[in-house]
Design a protein. Structure first.
Length: 213
């Protein structure tokens, strides 16, 4: 049995289109001093860091509240699971592995998306950014919290960002970088993850190999 922590956006779900649409509404209604190039925004960032990058020294509270009011009530029709996710999660769970989520997405929409995509049942614990109001968790914090909740010291961290890989390394986990997400393969490779995969279902191979050792 293995413990596997997953990032969400760019790893399990492709939410870029829906997030972009929501931010565009926010930027239209609360215009930044310098209009951002929305194609270049990093949608895997937490909402506070992204909005601070757009609005600079201006108060981001109104923009954050507007984003939440739109996004948190969405049906998430434009958010999709990556190919092979449903089948692979079901397989890993059936094999007795413990699965977890650590995401920079806020906790409320995270749970709603997991329910909407019918995958909540696969995860033993879910930790999200600002799951406790006023407490902003880094990915390293999330990994540490999940290790505490799950009472494990060894396992896997699977994600599409540099932050995911570094958090996994800091947590002494085997790191698996997915190359189909929001970060380029070359940038991920520079951080020397233990494995690089271009399809989600390839994950089961590494987990099963480790489980037999």
């Amino acid at each position: 049995m293995q413990h596997i922590i997953f990032d969400l956006d760019g790893t399990i779900i492709d939410s870029k289109k829906e997030i972009l649409k929501t931010y565009q509404v926010v930027f239209e209604r609360i215009p930044p001093r310098v209009p951002p190039n929305t194609d270049e925004l990093n949608y895997g960032m937490n909402i506070n860091d992204l909005l601070r990058g757009v609005y600079g020294e201006d108060d981001i509270t109104p923009a954050k509240k507007m984003f939440a009011s739109i996004y948190d009530t969405s049906g998430y029709e434009e958010t999709s699971l990556y190919e092979g996710v449903l089948e692979t999660l079901a397989f890993l769970k059936a094999q007795g592995h413990e699965l977890y989520i650590a995401t920079n997405k806020r906790y409320t929409p995270t749970l709603r998306i997991l329910e909407a995509k019918n995958i909540r049942q696969f995860f033993s614990e879910v930790v999200g950014y600002e799951m406790t109001p006023g407490i902003m968790m880094t990915k390293r914090d999330m990994v540490a919290e999940l290790k505490r909740l799950g009472s494990f010291s060894e396992g896997f961290m699977v994600g599409d960002s540099v932050g995911d890989i570094m958090a996994g390394k800091d947590g002494h986990l085997t790191t698996i970088a997915v190359t189909y997400g929001y970060e380029s393969e070359s940038v991920l490779a520079e951080k020397n993850p233990d494995h690089l995969i271009d399809r989600f279902h390839n994950l089961s191979t590494f987990v099963q190999i480790r489980d037999k050792q």
